[in-house]
Ligand binder design. Structure first.
Ligand SMILES: Cc1cc2nc3c(=O)[nH]c(=O)nc-3n(C[C@H](O)[C@H](O)[C@H](O)COP(=O)(O)O)c2cc1C
Length: 200
């Protein structure tokens, strides 16, 4: 039985095209894996803030398994205990909503999700996998804006730092462009998500 964290970074999940796609992915996944545990983290309803000095002291303190409920450390412990991650985030200003970065700042903790060694930092989340679901107003997967995309790229880099190397993506883009058939782009993403769910 796997533990799946479904992480939503949208202030309006009910009206979100990104969440529409990721919900369909989760629905399909649950159908195929009825015994798995899926925990939803709607980040706007979580206790997430920007790290302050006191939080940094906690992050760099000696870790023991006694403090798994600590306000600042509990997201990292929860992340470490999961097997799979589904991120759902629209593109905002070339990456994603800041709350997702704030969440990843809680998750990226030495002594829990990665550690320092004499050879440099080593991820402690190996063997886990993730899918990153995003929608974008414009097109970034190819063409002149390609190098400006920093959301998918950032998440793949940081997850790799934590040891999560298996990261798939489900993207619908150009959704705010009159040149794109939006209904088709959404449908294509939902279909590719369902296919991905079969092997996730
Ligand atoms: C604050 C904000 C910033 C955005 N920045 C970008 C951007 O940099 N590039 C882009 O292509 N679309 C951008 N968009 C458009 C959204 O990515 C697009 O409409 C997306 O489908 C919204 O997803 P949602 O329906 O899940 O909220 C932005 C939208 C908002 C609200």
């Amino acid at each position: 039985m796997s533990k799946v964290l479904y992480i939503k970074a949208n202030p309006n999940p009910e009206g979100s095209r990104t969440v529409e796609i990721s919900d369909k992915f989760i629905e399909e996944y649950k159908k195929l894996n009825p015994n798995d545990e899926v925990i939803t983290l709607d980040l706007y309803n979580e206790d997430i803030d920007f790290l302050n000095m006191e939080d940094l002291n906690t992050l760099f303190s000696e870790k023991d398994n006694e403090n798994t409920e600590n306000k600042v450390l509990r997201y990292a412990y929860q992340f470490k205990s999961a097997d799979k991650f589904v991120f759902s985030a629209p593109m905002w200003n070339l990456s994603f909503p800041a709350i997702l970065k704030a969440y990843m700042d809680y998750v990226t903790v030495s002594g829990i999700t990665f550690k320092y060694t004499s050879e440099g930092p080593v991820g402690l989340c190996t063997g886990k996998k993730a899918v990153y679901v995003a929608t974008r107003g414009s097109v970034f997967s190819s063409g002149p804006a390609e190098s400006f995309e920093m959301g998918e790229r950032y998440m793949k880099a940081l997850l790799g730092f934590l040891g999560v190397y298996n990261v798939e993506t489900i993207i619908a883009e150009g959704l705010d462009s009159s040149k794109v058939d939006v209904a088709k782009a959404m449908e294509d993403a939902i279909v590719s998500g369902k296919k991905l769910a079969e092997n996730f």
